[in-house]
Design a protein around this ligand. Structure first.
Ligand code: ZN
Ligand code: ZN
Length: 161
């Protein structure tokens, strides 16, 4: 496997882990006021502004691959940005159309908000780290609009900006 691809894949995993711990930290000390407000309002800013927030929050991580080589640096930065774009989408989708979040058994972030959770379900893009670190909480989740997978366009009908 080429170095850039390894670095890209490692970045996807690292970024999802940072996402989990950053959100978990927001429930104890990190940007707590802003996060409490997000929980009170229950809305999301739109894909672009979520993406900007994630990139700003993870900017310390972006150049990490350059410690190894330029090729690894480019691959790692691309992977981290790709994950940030995906996580921003996943966040927006779960605030607007959680029933479309087909890659998780239940939309863990929608449940985090819907059930006013403070100690569980910190994942946004994926739920795997909640399962690993024991914060995954199963709740009964019924899709608000069953059978709404009929059109691909629905996946694009979120607030982008
Ligand atoms: Zn939260
Ligand atoms: Zn949210």
């Amino acid at each position: 496997m080429p170095v850039w691809l390894s670095a890209f894949l490692i970045a996807l995993v690292a970024a999802s882990l940072v996402e989990y711990w950053a959100h978990r930290a927001m429930h104890s000390f990190l940007l707590k006021k802003k996060h409490v407000l997000h929980h009170k309002e229950g809305g999301a800013q739109g894909w672009f502004w979520e993406f900007v927030d994630y990139v700003v929050g993870a900017c310390f991580l972006l150049p990490a691959g350059f410690i190894y080589s330029v090729e690894a640096g480019v691959g790692f930065a691309a992977g981290a940005l790709a994950y940030a774009a995906f996580a921003a989408y996943s966040h927006q989708l779960q605030h607007e159309r959680p029933e479309l979040c087909f890659w998780m058994v239940r939309p863990v972030h929608q449940i985090h908000h819907g059930e006013q959770m403070w100690r569980h379900n910190f994942g946004i893009g994926v739920d795997v780290w909640d399962r690993v670190f024991g914060t995954y909480k199963k709740v009964e989740w019924v899709s608000p609009q069953p059978g709404s997978h009929s059109s691909l366009w629905q996946f694009f009908r979120i607030k982008w900006v």
